[in-house]
Design a protein around this ligand. Structure first.
Ligand code: HEM
Length: 335
């Protein structure tokens, strides 16, 4: 199946007429479904797609950030847009360590502002993040999939929850499975979702220890390919102060802007950038999948698996219709 055939014509048309049509009618039920806004804001997906197209044209590096944002939103109190909320006291999810490197908040706010002019108080921030993630994947030459919508926005944000619910990059496979199983995600979901690291970059902080002081004896992680480690040491000096603090490396070298299978080839050959990536090789089920995808001649099976896993992750602890809200601005201050 070609990628092109997966982008519904109706969406392409909707994107083309953004700003011309805006139809509002009473809210449908809050159960997640593809096309949840068909009755209340039929151009919602088209607006998001058109804005994402413009946003990524201006800054292609936001594609991976917005995909990552959906994961970080869903894993912390469910997919409820709470990652967008702000705190003057520095106690919001945004302020937590794993989110300090998060980018793309302004992009979500820009899409939200556009939607507010067309369908006021209708499309939730959590849904905008989910749609933006899907569009980011597609616009990075990845698959198109039907994204379920109908999420409500939460109004609680606690930095500690993000610290606790997002696995750190030095996690082993047992840790990773624990973090994902509490969100009802399986080993297959893990290995499939990790393929997201096929696009984007990482700051050196996330893996510097592997290069210089793995066990506390100024050593290097032996599971990291020696040649790859040498390259990483050049890009990430031992002391990460000053400009070095901002240094970044591609997570899938040579293919960092294209959503493809090369992440799996990279993990198999080098051990992956993070210990958590490399951990996929330490479990028979996840290793088998890495090997198969690394040697696959077509990404079709992976694209199908990825679509299914993203839809599943997107259902994590969504708020029932009776709870939550749809607010006009995603990043309001909660204190
Ligand atoms: C155990 C699970 C995971 C760990 C430990 C992890 C860790 C990380 C880290 C440390 C970074 C680099 C951030 C930076 O320094 O800027 C990163 C980037 C990224 N992650 Fe993950 N991740 C995990 C799972 C996922 C999942 C499930 C997804 C998507 C569904 C995802 C998507 C991404 C993307 C696309 C980037 C690139 C961001 C950018 O370029 O701005 N990650 N991840």
């Amino acid at each position: 199946m070609s990628r092109e055939r997966r982008l519904p014509l109706v969406l392409a048309l909707a994107a083309a007429v953004v700003g011309v049509l805006a139809v509002a009618s009473p809210r449908a039920e809050a159960e997640l479904q593809v096309g949840f806004y068909n009755a209340t804001c039929p151009i919602a997906e088209g607006v998001v797609f058109a804005e994402m197209h413009a946003i990524l044209h201006e800054d292609p590096t936001l594609a991976p950030s917005l995909l990552r944002m959906h994961y970080h939103d869903c894993f912390v109190q469910g997919c409820d847009g709470s990652i967008m909320l702000r705190s003057r006291r520095g106690t919001a999810e945004r302020d937590a360590t794993p989110n300090r490197s998060m980018r793309g908040y302004d992009a979500i706010e820009r899409i939200k502002a556009r939607l507010e002019t067309l369908c006021p108080l209708t499309v939730s921030c959590a849904d905008i993040i989910a749609m933006a993630a899907r569009d980011a994947v597609y616009l990075s030459k990845g698959p198109w999939y039907g994204v379920e919508t109908g999420r409500r926005d939460g109004n609680v944000t606690v930095a500690e929850y993000a610290e606790n619910d997002l696995a750190p990059p030095d996690s082993n496979i047992v840790d990773v499975k624990t973090f994902f199983s509490v969100k009802s995600l399986t080993a297959k979901d893990i290995v499939v979702l990790f393929g997201s690291h096929s696009i984007g970059t990482s700051h050196c902080e996330a893996f510097r220890k592997r290069l210089y002081n793995f066990t506390g004896a100024m050593d290097q992680d032996p599971s990291l390919d020696a040649r790859y480690a040498r390259q990483l040491r050049k890009l990430c000096p031992r002391r990460g102060g000053g400009r070095g603090r901002r240094a970044k490396v591609p997570m899938d070298p040579g293919s960092g802007f294209t959503f493809d299978l090369s992440y799996y080839r990279h993990v198999l050959a080098t051990g992956g950038l993070f210990q958590s990536d490399g951990s996929l090789l330490h479990d028979p089920a996840t290793r088998g999948y890495v090997e198969r995808m690394a040697n696959a001649s077509s990404p079709d099976e992976y694209y199908q698996d990825f679509a299914a896993a993203m839809v599943k992750m997107g259902r994590t602890d969504v708020l029932p219709d009776s709870l939550g809200e749809v607010r006009a601005t995603c990043g309001v201050f909660v204190d």
